[in-house]
Design a binder for this molecule. Structure first.
Ligand code: CU
Length: 672
């Protein structure tokens, strides 16, 4: 313990000693106390207090860390293939990465959001956005696997996503890039006439969690950045930050920074629901993929959808309102009481705090400053509660502790600033190492924050860790916020870019963890529920191997009669009914290296042999003392060979054959 404390102190001291440009905090004197490392110490064998679900940014994955230890517990593949899990490689999971553009194996996962009940995180699902090819995913926290992915039509750059209403009624997704929706072949310089934004409201089934696009709003051609749902009194509203109200289509770093104020768009989604019920939705022809992983069949059901309901807020006037927000707003965050909306302008030198009640009064009294593309603009002062003066440089995101305090990240001045929501006074500030983006308090965007820790997710580490070539690890930093002053207690390197994150008390999730898939409930069409059901079946040039794995052998483990030109499908069922005993499966020369099969699960590896010969199969997941013996052989014969299809295990005479050929027909001596 002493040792760890010393290390932590030394590394912080080193960081401050090195000159480091504008990102470097001026002082970290208040950042670390003597007992700092002890607060993050979780003894071997002890469990963490929180699960932390962190986006992997460009990696397309989500990583799961324990808090406060910073231990990496799992990496969940969502929008990326992952050889560790076989995700996107097994025949059953390839469909999860289907989009209207085909198989899309790598995306950009930015934000995570835990499902809520009554405004409180409930530990059932985590949602994530695919930024590039616009998608929203649902991860099931019983299995820590991606259970569903839905693509978003009429969208480009799904950044403002996935944000949830307080009972997980909807997950929303705003398009970052406005694009022409109906007729895409137009000159780019007709942006102002032809480019439109969209907001998608994806309905979520209460019990299954399954997603379905309920409706889309067609909006002015701005860039949507982030969003936050109303809660409590403001439940029924959604707030979206948007930039580029200038509608520039080139050199946005200059051209989208012209105006002193852009907007927060307030959306009355209860009103939108009424219009949908009243049949005001217009059907639009689109094309998008919807993929669901079925835990009974252990397979993905993937379909292309062709229609979406659209509402036009310039016609249905009381759905959307624009609230001016200084300047190039990035974050918009609603506090736990549901009364305050905190805007954060990337280029602003203050933080505007809007009041929900004042906004409603302004709408009732029509306190407008004209319209923006047919959407009423509420007067800034009419919706404003107040401004936090001179909080720092480049405010981005705000989280709340539920005790009346807000914590805002500042990218340019590399710090977290704590301030009081009522009197808007700054209470504390701590430096981050370096250039913080999002920050997170468990439940800090919900009605019930669990405000023991705050984690900063940083874009740059520079001198924090050992160098690793041109690319250095990005980092997360944990602060103890249980006292009046924030205290840095740990930093740890992260997978990809730790863009945004959510955390939840461990007991809300761990008690529901799936331990095995029950073999009797396995409805995979090519399952073998016992070794007696194993077989090899030829269907034209496709050969289906119904195989099983159990410590420490496969059945069958000798297969003959495969011919060059065949497609071989190994459907491997793991017969184990014991927690944490997966088996692996690999065959030499397969383009997809391996499967990883959970207890009771069936998973399929496709193999197209490219030459004649003997090909070993083996288990890739160390499963027992005789794991190394868990192996077998497949014989591939020439295309015109008449070697009969045969399989066996535990005998050297190939007694099981498809045609009940006499024993010996498959011992290696092909009959010519
Ligand atoms: Cu094994």
């Amino acid at each position: 313990m002493k040792f760890r404390t010393t290390i932590a102190l030394a590394s912080v001291a080193l960081a401050t000693a090195l000159p480091f440009g504008s990102c470097k905090p001026k002082s970290n004197a208040s950042a670390v106390g003597g007992d700092a490392a002890q607060k993050a110490y979780v003894a071997p064998g002890k469990h963490d207090e929180f699960y932390n679900f962190v986006s992997g940014g460009f990696s397309g994955q989500m990583s799961v860390y324990g808090l406060p230890s910073g231990r990496l517990l799992r990496v969940i593949p969502v929008f990326s293939v992952d050889p560790e899990k076989g995700y996107g490689y097994s025949e059953e999971t390839k469909g999860m990465l289907t989009t209207s553009h085909g198989f899309t194996p790598w995306d950009d996962l930015h934000h995570t959001q835990i499902s809520q009940t009554n405004g409180e995180t409930d530990g059932r699902w985590v949602f994530a956005n695919g930024n590039n090819t616009p998608r929203v995913a649902r991860i099931d926290l019983k299995t820590f696997r991606t259970a569903e992915i839905i693509e978003l039509p009429n969208s480009a750059g799904n950044h403002s996503s996935p944000y949830l209403t307080e009972n997980t009624e909807y997950v929303v997704a705003g398009t970052r890039f406005s694009v022409p929706t109906d007729n895409p072949d137009v000159p780019i310089n007709t942006y102002k006439e032809n480019f439109k934004g969209t907001i998608s409201f994806i309905g979520i089934d209460k019990n299954s969690g399954n997603m379905d696009i309920a409706f889309q709003l067609q909006t002015p051609g701005v860039n949507f950045d982030l969003a936050s749902a109303g809660k409590g009194p403001s439940h029924g509203w959604f707030f979206f930050s948007c930039y580029n109200s200038e509608k520039a289509n080139t050199l946005l770093e200059v051209n989208a920074s012209q105006r002193d104020k852009d907007f927060v768009m307030a959306v009355n989604w209860k009103k939108a629901e009424e219009y949908i019920k009243a049949g005001k939705g217009v059907k639009k022809q689109v094309k998008y993929a919807h993929n669901i992983y079925d835990e009974k069949t252990h397979s993905t059901k993937s379909e292309i959808r062709t229609e979406v309901l659209s509402l036009d807020p310039t016609v249905l006037k009381d759905i959307c309102y624009m609230i001016p927000c200084p300047k190039s707003p990035h974050g918009i965050d609603v506090d736990p009481t549901g009364e305050y909306m905190v805007g954060s302008g990337k280029l602003a030198a203050l933080i505007p705090v809007f009041s929900y009640q004042k906004m409603i009064k302004a709408i009732e009294g029509k306190q407008y400053d004209g319209e923006y593309d047919g959407i009423p603009i509420i007067k800034y002062e009419a919706a404003l509660y107040g401004e936090v003066p001179k909080p720092g440089l480049g405010p981005l995101h705000t989280q709340f502790d539920g005790k009346g305090n807000a914590y805002t990240s500042f990218f340019v001045s590399s710090e977290v600033v704590k301030w009081n929501i009522k009197d808007l006074k700054v209470l504390d500030r701590v430096p981050t190492y370096y250039s913080i983006g999002h920050l997170m308090i468990p439940g800090g965007d919900s009605r019930k924050p669990n405000a023991k820790y705050l984690v900063a997710y940083n874009k740059i580490t520079k001198d924090r860790y050992l160098p690793t070539g041109p690319e250095l690890s990005q980092s997360a930093q944990i602060f103890d916020i249980s006292g009046e002053k924030m205290q840095l207690i740990l930093d740890f390197p992260t997978i990809g870019e730790p863009h945004y994150a959510q955390a939840i008390a461990a007991e809300k999730v761990s008690k529901n963890s799936t331990k095995i898939y029950k073999i009797e409930e396995n409805e995979h069409p090519r399952v073998a529920k016992g070794e007696g059901e194993t077989k090899v079946v030829r269907e034209g040039n496709k050969v289906h191997v119904y195989a099983t794995a159990i410590r420490s052998h496969f059945s069958p483990d000798n297969i003959e009669g495969i011919r060059l030109g065949d497609e071989v499908y190994f459907h491997v069922t793991n017969l184990e009914q014991d927690w944490d005993v997966p088996h692996g499966f690999a065959v030499k020369g397969a383009a997809n290296a391996e499967l990883l099969i959970m207890p009771g699960e069936t998973s399929t590896l496709k193999w197209v042999p490219d030459r004649v010969g003997i090909f070993p199969i083996y288990c890739t997941d160390f499963c027992s003392a005789l794991h190394q013996e868990m192996q077998g052989y497949v014989r591939v014969s020439p295309a015109n060979s008449n070697v009969p299809l045969a399989w066996s295990m535990g005998t050297n005479n190939g007694s099981n054959t498809a045609s009940k050929a006499p024993a010996g027909g498959s011992t290696g001596k092909a009959k010519k």
